[in-house]
Write a protein that binds this ligand. Structure first.
Ligand code: AMP
Ligand code: ZN
Length: 114
């Protein structure tokens, strides 16, 4: 995927502030954080969005979800964190390479308290 910004990060063509790296997955800090801690967890494989995933990606998606709490804890989010996966135009997705936002530190509740 020549023009995909996250594939460029995977290839090392664009720098990132790395959080985690293995054969399948990469995590790096969001360039425009919305909270004290905000990083992305992505598969190295180009998948446009969750809508492009199928049964062959079951293990990969499971690996991402199991890694998320470990990385969150390493980033100091001992009390919990928020995961967001924006999917497609209707989900407000801007970068079409599947990613999980992992956010925490100073976030408001999603459901209004009043
Ligand atoms: P989404 O709306 O879920 O597609 O969000 C895309 C996210 O990617 C945004 O939070 C951006 O700040 C982030 N982003 C875009 N370019 C980069 C980059 N080069 N390095 C890190 N994060 C980025
Ligand atoms: Zn990509």
């Amino acid at each position: 995927m020549d023009n995909c910004i996250f594939c460029k990060i995977v290839r090392g063509d664009i720098p990132c502030r790395k959080v985690y790296d293995d054969g399948d997955l990469l995590a790096f800090h969001d360039i425009n954080p919305v909270a004290k801690v905000h990083f992305m967890l992505i598969p190295k494989l180009h998948l446009g969005s969750l809508m492009d995933a199928n049964e062959s990606h079951t293990a990969l998606l499971g690996k991402m979800l199991l890694l998320a709490p470990k990385l969150a804890k390493e980033q100091g989010l001992n009390n919990g964190f928020r995961t967001i996966i924006n999917t497609g135009k209707g989900g407000g997705q801007e970068v079409y390479h599947l990613h999980i936002h992992i956010i925490g530190g100073n976030i408001p509740p999603m459901v209004r308290q009043d």
